[in-house]
Design a binder for this molecule. Structure first.
Ligand code: F6P
Length: 345
C-alpha cells in the first residue's frame, strides 16, 4: 500500500503520452547489487517527474518490497541530500519470490492497487529480466536504467556506478603499488565484475598494472608465470596482476596458487578488493550520468515507451529494447586489451 508519507495527491499538469494516455503516477525501484549513483538516479527521476507534474512512488527493497506493497510517495524534498551518497535510499534485494509467477502476480496486484502506470527499474541484467516479465505479464510500462558496477549491459557506453567502482579499485591499486615496490613483490589483485572484465581492464590500464586477466581472454598460467619473471628480469621493482573475478583461471587466489611453483623464488601476495568497490560517493561522471538517465527514463515513460533501457552512447541519449540490453554481451574492446599489453612492457 501507499505509505503514510504519501501526502496529498497532485494531479495537476499531467502529460499525455503519444498514445493519448495520461501518465500521472509512476514508480521507481532499485534492484540487484547496489551501485554508486543509484541515489543520484532516484533524485533525478523524482525531480524530473515532479517538474512535469507526474507523481513518483518509491518501492522499497526492490521486487521483494514490491511484492509486499512497500510503496511510498516521494516528494521533490524527500530526495534532498542524497545525491552524493553511495548505496540506495530505497534499498535493494535479490528477490527469489519474484522469480516465480505467483510472486510476480502479487507484484502486479500491488502496482494496480496503487494505480502505478509506469515503473522505472534501476539495476542490472537480472533486474531487467524481471522488469520485462512484469511488463509482459502485467501490462505495466517499464523503463530500465543501467545501474551496476559491472558495465556489462549493451545500450550504454557506461553503467551507473562503474566509473566510481573503477576509481575505488584504482585507489587501492595505487596503495598496493607502494608496498609492492618496497618489497619487490608480485601482487594478485582481484576486482569485481561478475562475468565482465571492464573493471579489471580499466583499473589495470589506469593503475599501470603489469598484467590483467579478464573473462574475455583465456588465461595461460605458464605464459603468465613467464611474463611475471620477465617483468622482474627487465628491471621492474614490482608486478601488479589485476584479476577479474570472472576470469577463467578461477580468481586471484587460484591464479596465485596455480602459478605456485614457478613463483617460488618470488615473494607474492593476494588481495581481494570485494564489496569496497560497491560503496562510497559517486564520481562526477556517475552523478552526471544519473542526472541524464533519470530525466531520460521519465521522458521515455511519458512518450509511452515500454520495455526499453535508457543509456548514453557517445554522449547521446539512446533507448534500447530491454531484452537487447541484457542479451547482447557488452565485451571489453580487444583494442583496449592490446593497449594494456603494449603499455605494460
Ligand atoms: O553485479 C554487481 C556485483 O558487485 C558483482 O560485481 C559481484 O559479482 C556481485 O555483484 C556480488 O554480489 P553480492 O553482493 O550478492 O555478493
Amino acid at each position: 500500500m501507499i505509505g503514510d508519507d504519501a501526502g496529498p495527491a497532485r494531479h495537476s499538469g499531467t502529460r499525455t503520452s503519444e498514445d493519448g494516455r495520461h501518465v500521472q503516477r509512476i514508480a521507481v525501484l532499485t534492484s540487484g547489487g547496489d551501485a554508486p549513483g543509484m541515489n543520484a538516479a532516484i533524485r533525478a527521476v523524482v525531480r524530473s517527474a515532479d517538474a512535469r507534474g507526474v507523481e513518483v512512488y518509491g518501492v522499497h527493497r526492490g521486487y521483494e518490497g514490491l511484492i509486499d506493497g512497500r510503496v511510498s510517495f516521494l516528494s521533490a524534498r524527500s530526495v534532498s541530500g542524497i545525491l552524493h551518497l553511495g548505496g540506495t535510499m530505497l534499498g535493494s534485494a535479490r528477490s527469489e519470490r519474484f522469480r516465480t509467477v505467483e510472486g510476480r502476480r502479487a507484484a502486479i496486484k500491488q502496482l494496480q492497487a496503487n494505480q502505478i502506470e509506469g515503473l522505472i527499474v534501476i539495476g542490472g541484467d537480472g533486474s531487467f529480466r524481471g522488469a520485462d516479465a512484469l511488463s509482459r505479464e502485467g501490462g505495466i510500462a517499464v523503463v530500465g536504467m543501467p545501474g551496476t558496477i559491472d558495465n556489462d549491459l549493451s545500450g550504454s557506453d557506461y553503467t551507473l556506478g562503474f566509473d566510481t567502482a573503477v576509481n575505488t579499485a584504482l585507489e587501492a591499486i595505487d596503495r598496493i603499488r607502494d608496498t609492492a615496490a618496497s618489497h619487490q613483490r608480485a601482487f594478485f589483485i582481484e576486482v569485481m565484475g561478475r562475468a565482465s572484465g571492464w573493471i579489471a581492464l580499466c583499473s589495470a590500464i589506469a593503475g599501470g598494472a603489469t598484467e590483467v586477466l579478464v573473462p574475455e581472454r583465456p588465461t595461460d598460467i605458464d605464459e603468465l608465470q613467464h611474463r611475471i619473471h620477465q617483468a622482474f628480469a627487465i628491471g621492474k621493482q614490482y608486478c601488479l596482476v589485476v584479476v577479474a573475478e570472472g576470469d577463467d583461471a578461477g580468481g586471484a587466489f587460484e591464479v596465485a596458487r596455480r602459478c605456485g611453483e614457478g613463483l617460488s623464488t618470488l615473494s607474492h601476495r593476494v588481495t581481494t578488493l570485494g564489496h569496497v568497490q560497491r560503496g562510497g560517493p559517486p564520481s562526477m561522471r556517475d552523478r552526471i550520468l544519473a542526472a541524464r538517465l533519470g530525466d531520460a527514463a521519465v521522458s521515455a515513460l511519458l512518450d509511452g515507451d515500454d520495455r526499453v533501457m535508457v543509456g548514453e552512447i557517445h554522449l547521446e541519449l539512446v533507448r534500447t529494447p530491454l531484452e537487447e540490453a541484457w542479451s547482447t554481451v557488452h565485451h571489453t574492446p580487444p583494442e583496449l586489451l592490446d593497449l594494456m599489453d603494449r603499455l605494460a612492457r
